[in-house]
Design a protein around this ligand. Structure first.
Ligand code: GLU
Length: 492
């Protein structure tokens, strides 16, 4: 059975790169009817952030990336939080010491610094000089008995080529001579990432380690540890880096990197997952297909199709995908178009806007795209319809480009008022009739369309951006439209 895992360190929010790692692990496990484990790697106590574990779990839940085993739900190979597994690490590292695969090191920080400076001066690669490996067994025992602080280091075998067939990057190989004798156990009794990660992946029966490219250089160290323990080595897959649009490494400076920020901004989980899935992967086949549901992703995902090169985090694409998902979810709502719109914004709008159901329906229709795209902007997009009084900004209504000055605006509004007053109520149910009527008026006045329609738009809304005049008149109805035109004309 395939077993994958996502082992974040609770050092802060869940990064979008972490979300992608979690997603790919999840997709593979679901597709292969395997298991997906969430494990918390909290052995670096200095970097522990209060609330991070909760945030990670909450974000994964929101994204529907659910795990089969984890700190919150338990499982057969728990505990799933590393700080609760210290006994296990101690026991296992002891085994390595007994096997001669690891050794105690008593070097002080000063000695290590001195050593490093010496190596630097000689232009040598910084590497532990194995001073303590040469200590006699009795001496080690004596120091331990005396309670001298020590760490345990991996005795990395020299002269070996450590290679593996990476499921994304193919053949990868490292020279073991370049690998330092890693600290496995710190003097405070906490394991390092390398030790805990390998022990846990083994004891949790992980078959596939799928993680970001930044862990690539850790993998040979892990492979040597698996060998030292005599354990089966899992498969590895290293995912490409996420990049900013300028192809630099994705950074906070160029936008949000916390998955949670996108949730807070109102992106749909379906959209964020869809977008994240395509960061470095596409199933092939129809190259133009960009919209995938979680079910489709589970069906189509494969590590062979993960790209080797970095993946650009393109916010415009995210917006586009989000829009597609909003549309799709809107279309799937039951009922007639207008009722669906009403449903969608039900919780967004003030109660008194519902007093005039006809007005609400009509004005919603005029901004439907915007509202479907971002329901949380409903009030902002509709409020001008519900204003008691529209205030006219003279600088807005006078528009040089449209050749509108204040006297012309006033005249246009007065003429529009006259023409529309004379029109039957029923013309206001018919945008085409309104259009014909107003374009005839333009002709009669001998002016350009904009010289009539722009002042009208501002008069009806008070805003710079709004739906077109015919739609506005249709939505507001005769009485309200005339009122607004009149009051605007009077104010100029
Ligand atoms: N704890 C590591 C992290 O924060 C896990 C890396 C791995 O998957 O091995 O990403």
């Amino acid at each position: 059975m395939i077993v994958t895992r996502f082992p974040p360190s609770p050092t802060g929010y869940l990064h979008v790169g972490g979300l992608r790692t979690a997603l790919y692990n999840y997709l593979l496990a679901r597709q292969q009817k395997g298991r997906f484990i969430l494990r918390i790697e909290d052995t670096d106590r200095a970097r522990y952030v209060e609330g991070a574990v909760e945030n990670i779990i909450e974000t994964l839940n929101w994204a529907s990336i659910d795990h089969d085993e984890g700190p919150d739900i338990g499982g057969p190979n728990g505990p799933y939080t590393q700080s609760e597994r210290l006994k296990i690490y101690k026991e296992k590292v002891q085994f390595l010491v007994e096997q001669g695969e690891a050794y105690h090191c008593f070097c002080t920080a000063e000695r290590l610094t001195e050593m490093r400076e010496r190596q630097q001066a000689h232009k040598e690669a910084p590497k532990y000089d194995r001073h303590c490996l040469r200590l006699a067994a009795e001496e080690v025992a004596k120091k331990l008995n005396a309670g001298e602080p020590s760490v345990i280091r991996h005795k990395v075998p020299g002269g070996k080529k450590v290679s593996w067939k990476d499921l994304v990057r193919d053949e990868v190989s490292f020279d073991s001579d370049l690998i330092d004798d890693q600290v496995l156990m710190k003097s405070d009794g906490y394991p390092t990432y390398h030790l805990a990660n390998v022990i846990d992946d083994h004891s949790m029966e992980v078959t596939h380690v799928i993680r970001g490219e930044e862990w690539l250089s850790s993998t040979p160290k892990h492979i040597l540890l698996y060998e030292a323990f005599g354990w089966e080595i899992p498969q590895f897959a290293h995912l490409p880096l996420l990049l900013n649009k300028d192809r630099s490494k994705l950074s906070k400076r160029q936008g949000d990197v916390a998955a949670d920020d996108y949730r807070k901004k109102g992106y749909l989980p379906e959209a964020l997952i869809n977008f994240i899935a395509l960061l470095g992967w596409h199933p092939g086949g129809d190259e133009t297909q960009e919209i995938f549901s979680m079910e489709e992703l589970i069906e189509k995902f494969s590590l062979e199709k993960v790209h080797k090169g970095g993946a650009v985090f393109d916010l415009e694409k995210l917006d586009w995908i989000n829009w597609q998902w909003r549309r799709r979810k809107f279309d799937e709502l039951p009922g007639e178009y207008e009722d669906k719109l009403l449903n969608l914004v039900e919780n967004e709008i003030p109660a008194n806007w519902r007093d005039d159901a006809e007005l609400l329906k009509r004005c919603l229709k005029t901004v439907a795209e915007k509202v479907i795209k971002e329901p949380s902007t409903t009030v902002e997009n509709l409020s001008f319809y519900f204003k008691e009084k529209v205030t006219i900004d003279a600088q807005l209504i006078a528009n040089e480009k449209m050749k509108v000055d204040l006297p012309l605006a006033k005249n246009s509004l007065e003429k529009a008022f006259e023409a529309l007053s004379a029109a039957p109520e029923s013309s206001f149910d018919d945008e085409e009739a309104l259009k014909t009527l107003l374009l005839e008026l333009v002709e009669k006045l001998g002016i350009k369309n904009g010289q009539l329609l722009w002042p009208m738009r501002v008069a009806l809304t008070g805003e710079q951006f709004s739906p077109g005049v015919f739609e506005l008149l249709w939505a507001l109805g005769k009485e309200r439209s005339l009122e607004r035109l009149k009051s605007a004309a009077e104010s100029l």
